[in-house]
Design a protein around this ligand. Sequence first.
Ligand SMILES: C[S@@+](CC[C@H](N)C(=O)[O-])C[C@H]1O[C@@H](n2cnc3c(N)ncnc32)[C@H](O)[C@@H]1O
Length: 285
Amino acid sequence: MNAAPPPGATEEEFQRLCDLLYRQTGLALTAAKRYYVDRRVADRMTATGAGSFASYFALLRATAGGEMELLVNSLTVNETYYFREDHQLRCLTSSLLDQIIQRKRRDEPIRIWSVPCSTGEEPYSIAIWLLENWPAVDDHEIEIVGSDIDTRALAAAREGIYGRRALSRLPPDLVAKYFHPAGEERWQIIDGLRDSILLSRVNLVDGAGIARHGRFDVIFCRNVLIYFDPPTKARVLNALAAQLQPDGVLYLGGAETVLGLTDRLVPVPGERGVYEQPREAALAG
Ligand SMILES: C[S@@+](CC[C@H](N)C(=O)[O-])C[C@H]1O[C@@H](n2cnc3c(N)ncnc32)[C@H](O)[C@@H]1O
């Protein structure tokens, strides 16, 4: 495949593009990422027929939703796979969910949010893990929501078809139980599981969009804060803390922390990458 030629933006034009993307998505794109951004912009310029960077930038600003959405889709890093950091799933079923249900009415659903969910491996992993490892799974209504800014990733999550790499950490008996073959080296998640996950587009830097999703008992926000600068990380963490039930927990990725960013979340003692609200906030919540 022939790559499109670089868009030839001046440094000032490139900076204006990064500023716009930062405001829209929180993604901190710097001069060090210039080559990566240039390639995607060049592809979008070819696709839209924009003859110069200036006309592409004008198009981006004029068609607020459409072209911006497609450029963002091409810039996101969607790396994910089944049973990623499964020690966190283990801690969910070994103690946290049991504590959460103690304070719930029986008819109150347990709400779990995978944000960002990328192409769906994370929310489907949570569902499979609970079915396999939590004896109380049939006694409670469990709502799992998967959200991401990338509409292309969400469409893939909705389709639920995966290759060998995405499934490599799943034991073969679980692949046989929860997937059916969908072509050469492809497997599709079974309908029952696919239909049980609610998928929605969410921009983590849009506080109102986050608030619309209501309160959750468990939020997985893994491997996205690494793409944000400290003020954006703090803003996202505060917004997510506000969506946690008083005894809810937030999971972050292995390279992420709340420390130095917010005092609305503190580490859960003895667990890696799991956070809760400080006691006073939880009691007030
Ligand atoms: C590396 S994936 C992480 C997926 C999954 N949580 C995991 O840990 O395997 C990062 C995801 O963050 C999403 N993302 C980036 N910026 C976002 C934003 N502002 N709001 C919501 N999702 C965003 C990307 O589209 C991408 O799918």
